[in-house]
Design a protein around this ligand. Sequence first.
Ligand code: T46
Length: 139
Amino acid sequence: MNPRIISIKNIHDEAEGDLSIFEGSGHDLPFAIKRIYYIHHVPVGTVRGGHAHKQLTQLLWCPYGSITILLDDGTDKAEVKLDTPTKGLIVEHAMWREMRWEQEGSVLCVAASEFYDESDYIRDYDAFQAYVKQQAKLP
Ligand code: T46
């Protein structure tokens, strides 16, 4: 598996610091952004996630700290460490994900292609594997 990592544009100023930016709708992301959420105040060592989505595509980035994203497409697995504010990870649908907090104060930000919809989640790993197999059989 080749995780889709993007380099978020950054404007650096020696005196004033950095400004990082991305735009949706085909500019920097392959989707229009319908929702943004962020996960914070998570104790170090915590693993969140443990689910996949049927339709949702997202960009994950970590503006502060260090969080490892574990990906599993039903066949292959990969790990991506988000530990710099300009590194983004695009997570497609039908991808099992877990997020491991590795540094105190780490923040995970997410730009999502869809509004929140609990029926889009697959929260059981066996059901995820069955879903991936079923999708592979579709014409
Ligand atoms: C994902 C990873 C990276 C809402 O009500 N609205 C929302 O937009 C979201 C994202 C969550 N929720 C509710 C659903 C649960 O009752 O917030 C609660 C915690 O959500 P969850 O346990 O799914 O959180 P994570 O950290 O396991 O996963 C989240 C996203 O849900 C998921 O889509 O890809 O971050």
